[in-house]
Design a protein around this ligand. Sequence first.
Ligand code: ADP
Ligand code: MG
Length: 238
Amino acid sequence: MGQLSLKNVVKTFGDFEVVKRISLDVQEGEFVVFVGPSGCGKSTLLRMIAGLEHTTAGDILIDGNRVNDLPPVKRGIAMVFQSYALYPHMSVYENIAFPLRVERAPEKEIREKVEAAAAILHLDSRLDQKPGNLSGGQRQRVAIGRAIVRQPEIFLFDEPLSNLDAALRADMRIELTRLHKQLSTTMIYVTHDQVEAMTMADRIVVLHDGHIAQVGAPLALYHKPENTFVAGFIGNPR
Ligand code: ADP
Ligand code: MG
């Protein structure tokens, strides 16, 4: 479960082709990072996988089933955004519980799942607090908790750490890698940050102007870039 295939996926906005015939297979349990400069189409591609954006052409398959026409909630995915989109008036507990309340899950199931997610994310002692009392890193954990309780087959992350300072980003990279090991769920992680890509990915997909410039393990890309774009982009981390 959690196998993803993209087959010649295209997205145009008017005359502007933002995603250009992208094909890719992601294995079950893999941590794949899409990395590329701002505007290269990362978010658009992720939003198509999530079902938040219509696909102009091509197929998206999850576990072999074409999902192009399925709404987001039926795809077995959960997405974590850069802007945490937490409800300020609700406690941490209620923010994490929110997707389960929407599904009208029983109270006992909600409690079990929220407490399990809070334990994984070290939020146990914060469940009664409001998001406004938390640090940026804790707020991002709440947003991740909200994805975890849905028990998705695939997690999608869109630049989840870009609002955090450098030290916190480094901590969260380690946390997310640990989370991936613990859950062993497929994760697709979008970033413009080469360091995040190099340190977190099983496999990196370098995007350039809406197409794939190269796919490979971090060290393979670093030592054997196939073109000058990849050499320049991965070879010169900030
Ligand atoms: P990234 O996430 O890599 O920064 P995006 O996927 O957000 O890139 O955007 C890729 C390109 O598509 C950008 O040039 C952006 O301006 C354009 N774009 C994104 N969404 C829309 C939209 N809804 N309408 C028109 N153009 C868009
Ligand atoms: Mg983006």
